[in-house]
Design a protein around this ligand. Structure first.
Ligand code: ASP
Ligand code: MG
Length: 403
């Protein structure tokens, strides 16, 4: 019998009633498949555990943090198994260390590198339904680790990889990936199929459906993912390789960020090494710089530089720049009222004029573009926050995403 991996997110297991519904979904698949289940903690539980650690200390030990915050998954897995047992199924919960699921890297941000298959395989052979804790693993010191917030997505994908599952189904509280945020635009449409590359851009650019790391894992390991809701029976979105997709649309989706800030240095020296001197201390302080533009210098001596960061990094960035003795500038300007809007689609690789159409439709709405950046399958613009809805709506129409 074929193997299928089912992942349930926090809201899907948020109450005991929800867990009963989840058990019904599992039972349905059990008729046709060997089912492996990965579960997140009940919604809110992980956050509560993190808050407890903060009450002890803001410098809470990383290794104990992982033991603490991964405990929510133990609870939800036991509840799911308990319900399945009630219904007469052969089921049990598995903690990461009982399998084991091996991870490498630092506490809080480990990555799964190996899953021992033997116990789970023999359990499946006996007809059992394993309910496995997402988010956690063990390291080579036999200590508990976690793999980053929202990590159960990645756990599920790694199980699908190691067990060569036919598919990995991510059950969440939305019924798929949409052309843009349905809360921002009513005419947003569900995307039937999307490539890993597009999904990765959508996820890291602000569509919060799946954890970006996990999509990268799926892409590298060629795991097909279906995202669907445990609250409805609607068909979800399939995330797969580009080759499997026949698509008539140039643009697949539009995403936006909400917490960007723009930093501009006016009148910096135009000579080699200046940009490096500005960005070196930022990178040393783990401040992620996103978009960057430098003006061409009119007089050959001076130029201006603009870049964007997450707004929570703004005050640290300010301090670092002001303390930086390697650079001189005339003025330093900050703007917190900016957002990045991006159009994403593999179709733009082969279609000319996409950039023009994007800029033209923003111009028609009198929306000023402050910074631009592009990749092979994405064009991003930085605009005033207040224009985000208008921009998304205009672009959604321009690229016929309503249809
Ligand atoms: N419970 C963990 C979190 O809230 C992992 C997950 O939900 O996937 O981040
Ligand atoms: Mg979660």
């Amino acid at each position: 019998m074929k193997i299928i991996v089912l992942k349930f997110g926090g809201t899907s297991v948020g109450t005991t009633d929800r867990i009963k519904k989840v058990a019904k979904i599992i039972a349905k698949y059990k008729k046709k498949y060997n089912v492996i289940v990965l579960s997140s903690a009940m919604s809110g539980v992980t956050n509560n555990l993190i808050n407890l650690s903060r009450k002890i200390s803001n410098n809470f030990s990383d290794s104990e943090y992982d033991v603490l915050v991964s405990s929510g998954e133990q609870m939800s897995c036991a509840l799911i198994s308990g319900e399945l047992i009630n219904q007469g199924f052969n089921s049990r919960s598995w903690m990461s260390w009982q399998i084991p699921i091996n991870t490498e890297g630092k506490y809080k941000f480990s990555r799964i590198n190996k899953i021992n298959k033997s116990k789970i395989l023999s359990y499946l052979k006996k007809g059992g339904i394993p309910i496995i804790t997402g988010f956690q693993g063990i390291n080579n010191k036999n200590r508990i680790t976690t793999i980053g917030r929202g990590g159960t997505d990645a756990s599920a994908i790694m199980f699908a990889k190691f067990f060569n599952a036919e598919k990995c189904i991510i059950y969440t509280d939305v019924d798929g990936v949409y052309s843009t945020d349905p809360n921002k635009l009513k005419s947003a449409r569900k995307i039937k199929v999307i490539s890993y590359e597009e999904m990765l851009e959508m996820a890291s650019l602000g569509a919060k459906v799946m954890q970006p790391h996990s999509i990268q894992d799926a892409r590298l390991n060629r795991v097909d993912i279906e995202v669907r809701s445990s609250f409805t029976d609607n068909e979800g979105t399939l995330i797969t390789k580009r080759k499997n997709i026949i698509n008539s649309k140039i643009i697949t989706g539009i995403s936006n960020t909400t917490n960007d800030a723009k930093v501009t240095l006016l009148g910096i020296r135009d000579k080699p090494g200046i940009a490096a001197s500005i960005f070196k201390p930022l990178s040393e302080n783990s401040i992620n710089v996103d978009m960057v533009v430098q003006n061409i210098s009119a007089n050959g001596k001076e130029t201006d530089l603009t870049f964007t960061i997450k707004s929570e990094d703004l005050s640290r960035t300010k301090k670092i720049i002001l303390q930086n003795k390697k650079i001189n500038f005339r003025d330093l300007i900050f703007d917190k009222n900016v957002s990045k809007v991006s159009i994403i689609g593999v179709g733009m690789v082969t279609t000319p004029g996409v950039t023009y159409r994007m800029f033209q439709s923003l111009a028609k709405q009198k929306i000023n573009i402050q910074v631009i950046s592009t990749s092979e399958i994405k064009i991003s613009v930085l605009i005033n926050k207040k224009n985000v809805r208008k921009a998304i709506s205009a672009l959604h129409k321009e690229f016929k995403l309503n249809k």
